[in-house]
Write a protein that binds this ligand. Structure first.
Ligand code: NAI
Length: 462
């Protein structure tokens, strides 16, 4: 029987990062994964493949809408859908093989198969049982469906099926205006589908700064996405490969039915812990099916830790990665730490949307005195040249101390721009600190500095 210091269950961004860090810290480590390839949902059927399709379709959008304006004339490219899907698969392959390489390089054993925990200190994979001093559960999440909606991954799809549709639908109905619905809705709108997004709330992107959310909806509408807000989907009926979506409008309870070639269910994800044997072990779970942990990712069973989507907090790959590294450090006797106040969120549409820290709404709820520094990309030369001037940077700072409390960006490369504000927040910086930092010209980053200036003395190009 092999003896390990740590066995990690699951090889998504949480699990593989935890395994590599454990090995780097000198612990004998294995990682259990039942999929054919490493990398979990993110690399195989999530973040990475969706970004490949977003990239390809954005190029198409640029060719169709902006090339002629720049003097690039000629026929717009036509879509070879099977080739676009193979490009996406190629990208997945490069990434998953990269993790396999990193496992070999760091001497992490890949135990192939689905793991379970017969007792603390043991992990079973197929017919083999391995002894281990510590276990990190990083089993991730799965799609959460609605009552009355059955996902067949053909006509009614989750994000997984939406990444490999047999053909581009004429009419796509998206249930849920969250991250998945809007990213994949954008992909198919750019490919020519008529996209109808049905959302339960009266606004898109729950939890997002309201001003950003409104601007985002306006921009997406211009790009051809249609929204029905305040609508609860009741059921989806499928017949001969076509769907009928029934929903009620919450304001008057009226019932409506719309047709679709494809329905994307994007109403959230839930923790995935099936088959691990957690009940028998007595691992404490929350009412929402999350594994309960303390501040150092320990469950109530000694020697068993949990990280990522299967515990509390935002279901984000980078949050899982940070927890993976920190849990490894705790196991190695060091001081693993995650600053949950500075975890950015990004939506990879065009323009991108990114946020970190408090929103105006949360600050108001807390009764906290704050100031707002806002700068439109219309005042940014680089954004104008690149047809990317729709959007803004908004920085929220404490009214008295000027400490940055949060930031919200809708605009070009927002997902990258947000990080200088994350670093500033990590160091407890003030808006003035950002404003006093020289920013190269002409860059999109200048808009961040201008928003910081707008918190105090005022932006220059506003
Ligand atoms: P989500 O939680 O972001 O959005 C789900 C939406 O569905 C909500 O707006 C909700 O109000 C709506 N909804 C729920 N029930 C409904 C009903 N009956 N009728 C109409 N609307 C309904 O969930 P999503 O987009 O499925 O994403 C799942 C997870 O994956 C999220 O935690 C997200 O953060 C993560 N993710 C992150 C990405 C990123 O960071 N770029 C990309 C993709 C996913």
């Amino acid at each position: 029987m092999s003896q390990y210091d740590v066995i990690v269950i699951g090889s998504g961004p949480g699990g593989y990062v935890a395994a590599i860090r454990c090995a780097q810290l000198g612990l004998k480590t294995a990682c259990v994964e039942g999929r054919e390839t490493l990398g979990g949902t993110c690399l195989n059927v999530g973040c990475i493949p969706s970004k490949a399709l977003l990239h390809a379709t954005h190029q198409l959008h640029e060719a169709e809408h902006n090339f002629a304006k720049m003097g690039l004339k000629g026929k717009s490219p036509s879509v070879d859908w099977p080739q676009m899907l193979s490009y996406k698969d190629e990208v997945i392959g490069q990434n998953t093989k990269g993790i396999e390489f990193l496992f070999k390089k760091n001497k992490v054993d890949w135990l192939k198969g689905w793991g379970s925990i017969p007792e603390a200190g043991k992990v079973k994979v197929g017919d083999d049982t391995y002894e281990t001093k510590n276990i990190i559960i990083a089993s991730g999440s799965e799609v959460s469906t609605l009552p009355g909606v059955e996902i067949d991954e053909k006509t009614v799809v989750s994000s997984t099926g939406a990444l490999e549709l047999g053909k581009i639908p004429k009419k796509l109905v998206v249930i849920g205006a969250g991250v998945i619905g809007l990213e994949l809705g954008s992909v198919y709108a750019r490919l020519g589908a008529e996209v109808q997004v049905i959302e339960f709330l009266d606004h898109i992107t729950p939890g997002m700064d309201a001003e950003v959310s409104k601007t985002f909806q306006r921009i997406l509408k211009k790009q051809g996405l249609n929204f029905t807000l305040g609508a609860a989907v009741q059921k989806v009926d499928v017949s001969r490969g076509k769907a009928k979506v029934t929903f009620t409008l919450r304001k008057n309870d009226s019932e409506h039915v719309i047709d679709a070639d494809t329905v994307l269910v994007a109403t959230g994800r839930r923790p995935f812990t099936d088959g691990l044997g957690l009940d028998a072990l007595g691992v404490a779970m929350s009412e929402r099916g999350q594994i309960k942990t303390d501040a150092q990712w320990r469950t109530n069973v000694p020697g068993i830790y949990a990280i990522g989507d299967c515990i509390d907090g935002p279901m984000l790959a980078h949050k899982a990665e940070d927890e993976g590294m920190a849990a490894a450090e705790v196991i190695a006797g060091k001081h693993g730490h995650v600053n949950y106040g500075v975890i950015p969120g990004v939506i990879y549409t065009h323009p991108e949307v990114a946020n970190v820290g408090a929103t105006e709404e949360t600050l108001k709820q807390e009764g906290r005195a704050y100031k707002v520094g806002k700068f439109s990309f219309m005042g940014n030369g680089r954004a104008k040249a690149n047809f990317a001037a729709d959007g803004f940077v908004k920085i929220l700072a404490d009214k008295e101390t000027d400490t940055i409390l949060g930031a919200h960006i809708i605009g070009p490369m927002a997902g990258d721009l947000i990080h200088e504000i994350c670093v500033a927040m990590e160091f407890g910086a003030s808006a003035e600190d950002l404003a006093l930092t020289c920013h190269a010209h002409p860059t999109y980053s200048e808009a961040v500095r201008e928003a910081a200036l707008a918190c105090n003395s005022g932006a220059i190009h506003a």
